[in-house]
Ligand binder design. Structure first.
Ligand SMILES: [Zn+2]
Length: 141
């Protein structure tokens, strides 16, 4: 890990905040990496890096073939913003579009204990967990 933006052209952004050095020997330096984006200071620097290194990354990770998800198995949980007052202004549904199912579920069913702890109202369990919940609720087998 480096604390610096991994785009080697980062100094070419030439922003005022990148100027360092003493009079007569001033230079632009890389920005620090953003804690949100990870290895780069900005989405722009990440895109530049990706253009240079995408083939290396793909060869390292490996390529996959076309993926299929049968519609009957395509369960997901979604959160909807609700205008009613309360601690959490979201309502949650378990859904399967192919089967025309949209059933309201509790926050405890829709979210992980960690998300509830952090009070991240909009996040939901992933699709694999949604399928398991559908089975638990007797909606799927
Ligand atoms: Zn950068």
């Amino acid at each position: 890990m480096s604390e610096w933006c991994q785009n080697k052209k980062c100094p070419e952004k030439k922003t005022q905040s990148q100027i360092r050095g003493s009079k007569g020997a001033k230079y632009y330096q890389s920005n620090k990496a953003s804690t949100w984006i990870g290895y780069w200071c900005s989405n722009g620097c990440r895109d530049t890096w990706w253009q240079d290194h995408k083939d290396t990354c793909m060869n390292a990770v490996g390529f996959i073939d076309k993926q299929l998800l049968p519609l009957d198995d395509a369960w997901f949980v979604e959160s909807d913003y609700s205008w009613s007052s309360g601690d959490c202004v979201y309502v949650y549904y378990i859904r399967n579009k192919n089967r025309g199912i949209k059933q309201q579920i509790t926050r405890e069913q829709a979210q992980s204990p960690e998300d509830i702890e952090r009070d991240w109202c909009h996040t939901t369990i992933d699709d694999t967990q949604a399928k398991e919940l559908a089975i638990t609720l007797g909606l799927a087998s």
